[in-house]
Design a protein around this ligand. Sequence first.
Ligand code: BJW
Length: 239
Amino acid sequence: MNTGQVRDWVRAAKHIAVLTGAGMSAESGVPTFRDSQTGLWAKFDPQQLATEEAFRANPSMVWDWYAHRRQAIAKVQPNAGHRALAGFAKRHAGRLTLITQNVDGLHQRAGSEAVLALHGNIAQDRWLDTPRACCNAHAVAAGSPPYCDRCGNMRRPAVVWFGEPLPQSVFAQAEQAAQHCELMLVVGTSGLVYPAAGLARSARGRVAIVNPEPTALDDAADAVLHGTAAKLLPVLLED
Ligand code: BJW
């Protein structure tokens, strides 16, 4: 299947859902998770970093890892793929629903609105334990991580770790978009993490994958385009 065919599907579809993953931001300089040489987890076991259990066992190590990533993300810029998605949505109001697993905020910085961020936002924090009356912004003591100076409740990154539920209403909107779309573009994800990957499997319309490498979702796709997000999306989404 070639790029021209998928471009025709884009033009014909009344509603398009787009599911993005870490590869979407690779050309902005944000490392992916699972790429064997450069991925964030090439050197770490995800269960040692991206779980509540890991955070409770070693809060400063996990907090510092996120702090380092936050600083790196603040220095990068959206790429041509992020801009192509934002531009298409502006030119075609109501036709595109953007669902992302990414926590980097680059879609939003490119101008995409109403992004369905399944795995949260790395720039934000929340309380680890249900906040008590004493836990408020005035009582946060500096630390790694910061904590409530009355009860010790810690701040944690507002992202979704393994074993945690996705934000319910965000996921419900994503499911609805998958079930109503005529075309789903699946961009820059390995397709290994659920329930996000299940959205591609339950899409009502055609599914087209954009990825330089094979993915775990290729068997569910009507088209697999082997190329990068920043190169292919501007071509697929041009008028
Ligand atoms: C390019 C490119 C370029 C490179 N252009 N492309 C067994 C079966 C099924 C499910 C499970 C299971 N055992 C456990 C589960 C559940 C678990 C899961 O899915 N585990 C699997 C690993 C097996 N899922 C969960 O735990 C989820 N929660 C849940 O299920 O809750 C249930 C529940 C209900 C009620 C109460 C309680 C619980 C939560 C999942 C959370 C995922 N969180 C992370 C970390 C976020 C925070 C952080 O950033 O640190 O999200 S994990 C990590 O993976 C991150 C990503 O969003 C996610 C997906 O990764 P992604 O985006 O696909 O990246 P990569 O690196 O894998 O792939 C990059 C791709 O880009 C590659 O394909 C490259 O080729 C490509 N690429 N350059 C285009 N230029």
